[in-house]
Ligand binder design. Structure first.
Ligand SMILES: [Zn+2]
Length: 490
């Protein structure tokens, strides 16, 4: 592999590239899906290939190959340079300039206690089927779904600056859902333990079985739940729910390529423009968002990004003020940064790396505060658990979120379940209304496994940790109220 990498870089250089890198990657992926008491989907694949990226005449060029021979690698390197030269005909405003980076010669291989690919598929499927059976024991549960996902990425990165980086990272995740039909309605409830870059030891087998009856019961309870109230409510959001809110309203909003207008697909720009850096109030004083690609087990903890930049920890929002972005070596100089934050990642050897959301977490509250105490301190609110529907505008400002499960809070007590709850807000107003965050005992590193970005779309993963947090006087139930009052136009 090392020889092939050297050869690609030599060819790119001799063809006139001022910079080149190569990623040679072997992927192993396995996904098991069950419905009720049967296996409904099975994917188990292995794939190997290389991508060569170059700068020539001030422009990027890229080519990939699934054939790992000397000839194919040389061809890819020549093709990448030809693509860069063709791109330069479009006369871009400025040449690509990379933020400087040190030379790294290193291996990154976090510990995997149990290689998930050595665990028989039948064992995994049987666990999901047992979970399904446990949920179907509840007569009102009519449908169950279970899944497990395992990924291993073994990557050799080399560039013309002399870096040589070996990466070997495994990801393990699982989850399930029960859907109930009762009371003239159909509702669901899900269970998703935090996905992590780790081995099969991350699959909490006993907990998955133990939680199944509760998940089934709550799916049924959801059918009988009271319709959402409409109006301003105090919301308490659980860590899994917050993972999605953070992802959409903070993560994507602080990807610098989007901020700069260089990448606009899929609700692609951002209000969080560079003149706001260091002075814009993104949230209240208790709100701190930290990016941390060094987080052990983090879904974006790959040691180095696809620019060959090491994983880092830095502030995105500090005591409510916008402090940073996720960057690549290409976009970092646009904000005067002297080093990239290491956020450039591709989802495949055949994809060009793009700026990605890091592991991005809401810091726990500094004062001792439990979830029970937070609920006890709330007079009229809703406690929302899990992820549901969402939509957000192309500037990452106006949004609406649903959830997986909703509990009505009256005078400091949970009094029952609600359904069809959605809330609407505007990013800085929403985070500005956050007045309490539970302490570190309640912090959970959930995450997103299927973040889509770019065109053609690439899929990435990242962790979003949080403790339960409270948001004051948020507009709730508008969507549901509009739906109920909607009449056919005559
Ligand atoms: Zn995303």
């Amino acid at each position: 592999m090392r020889d092939l990498a050297d050869r690609a870089l030599d060819v790119a250089r001799s063809e006139g590239a001022s910079y080149a890198d190569i990623r040679i990657i072997r992927y192993r992926r396995q996904r098991i899906e069950t419905e009720d008491k049967r296996v409904s989907g099975l994917m188990d694949e292995e794939e190997l290939g290389a991508g060569v990226r170059v700068i020539a005449d001030g422009c990027w060029g890229f080519a990939g190959t699934a054939e790992l021979t000397k000839e194919a690698i040389e061809r890819a390197a020549r093709e990448a340079v030809a693509v860069a030269r063709a791109s330069s005909l479009a006369k871009p405003d400025r040449p690509v300039i990379l933020a400087p980076e040190r030379v790294h010669s290193v291996t990154f291989k976090p510990e995997v206690k149990v290689d998930p690919f050595t665990v028989p598929i039948s064992d995994k499927a049987n666990l999901l089927i047992r979970v399904g059976e446990a949920m179907l024991a509840n007569a009102a549960v009519r449908k169950t779904e279970g899944w497990m996902l395992f990924k291993r990425e073994q990557k050799l990165f080399a560039n013309t600056e002399g870096s040589l980086i070996d990466i070997d990272v495994t990801t393990s995740a699982a989850g399930y859902t029960a859907s109930a039909v009762a009371n003239n309605d159909c509702k669901s409830r899900s269970f998703e333990p935090p996905p992590r870059t780790s081995g099969y030891e991350n699959i909490p087998v006993e907990m998955m079985l133990a939680e199944a009856p509760r998940v089934a019961e709550q799916a049924v309870q959801h059918c009988f739940a009271k319709e959402t109230p409409v109006g301003k409510k105090d919301l308490i959001l659980d860590p899994l729910h917050l993972a999605l809110t953070i992802h959409e309203s903070v993560g994507h909003a602080t990807e610098l390529d989007r901020v700069l207008g260089m990448e606009e697909s899929l609700a692609g720009r951002s209000f969080a423009t560079p003149e706001k850096l260091g002075n814009f109030r993104y949230g209240s004083g208790v709100v701190n968002f930290t990016a941390d690609n060094t987080l052990p087990g983090g879904l974006a903890s790959f040691g180095f990004d696809d620019d060959g930049v090491p994983a880092q920890r830095w502030a995105i929002v500090e005591e409510g003020i916008l402090r940073g972005y996720s960057t690549s070596r290409e976009v970092a100089p646009f904000i005067g940064a002297t080093q990239s934050r290491g956020g450039n990642r591709a989802d495949h050897w055949g994809s060009i790396p793009i700026v990605r959301i890091p592991n991005l977490s809401l810091e726990p509250g500094r004062k001792k505060l439990s979830l029970d105490e937070l609920i006890a301190d709330t007079a009229d609110g809703i406690f929302i658990e899990g992820m549901g529907s969402f939509s957000i505008d192309q500037m990452r400002l106006n949004f609406q979120f649903g959830g997986d499960c909703f509990w009505e809070i009256k005078n400091g007590k949970i009094v029952g379940m609600l359904k069809n709850v959605t809330y609407q807000s505007i990013t800085p107003k929403f985070w500005g209304s956050c007045d309490a965050i539970c302490d570190e005992r309640f912090w959970v590193p959930n995450g997103v496994l299927t973040c889509g970005k770019g065109d053609p779309m690439q899929i990435a993963q990242m962790t979003h940790g949080a403790s339960p947090a409270r948001f004051r006087q948020i507009d709730v139930g508008g969507a549901s109220a509009r739906m109920r009052s909607y009449k056919n136009p005559s």
